[in-house]
Design a protein around this ligand. Sequence first.
Ligand SMILES: [Zn+2]
Length: 293
Amino acid sequence: MTLIPACFVGWLLWSSLGGSKDDGADGVGGASGASGPTTSSTSSPPPPSSGASAPPAPSGKSGKPGTPGKPLKGKVVVIDPGHNSHNREHPSQIARLVDIGTEKKECDTTGTATNSGYPEASFTLDVARRARILLEARGATVRFTHDGDRPYGPCVDERAEIGNKAHADAAVSVHADGAAAGERGFHVILPKSVRGGGADTSAITAPSRRLGERLRAEFAEATGSAPARYIGDGSGLDVRGDLGGLNLSTVPKVFIECGNMRDSQDAAELTDTAWRERAAHGIAQGITDFLNE
Ligand SMILES: [Zn+2]
């Protein structure tokens, strides 16, 4: 016959409310997450089990939007918008072979497009510009490999060289994939350890992987997209040694394939400006996490 005074019930109530509340300042991260308002409301799968990634950074360290100050001040970020809308007008120039260290490959490619004709090169430049605004607001110096201001290209070797010469703290090449219809999701491409000719990625594979893991986590959270299941065993990470933009890089660098342009559901997202803004937030936040490690 235990007496349960009202004050004990009151304590339970207080405990359940106050005790469970996270006092972290990460509310912004939650608000900008996949549960935020979406226009195209596909079901938002939870972020990938980011077991390999570090747990969320303590409040104040992550540089989430709204963090006072300029968390990226003094940092140089190179964004590489994949392809170029005018590449198709210069077939012979972009077919020229360039040395990527381990082999010779085309200067550049036209990239893919959605079935309705929205080109990958338009997508990559738009997302890159959105990410630049976010990164510059955090104090970063942002360089582009091109800004829609070149007749074609640049070639993949020059894309890498621009990041190297800028001494970039991080470089990200933005793409969208052209896989089979029905295949959905994003993935990040990491540099394989290669050595040959002018290529030696041994020093950048480890930091590039950390950059890629940060990007994977933040891109999933910002967009609600799941890692592609058609590549990288569904991990959202693929490792390649055949990309000049990675082989020739001497700074931490990854590619992100934001979705599959040839799948109608992914295409609906890739062609949506609000989704592209969320994609840019994910990319900018992944870079920010990496640079604030
Ligand atoms: Zn591409």
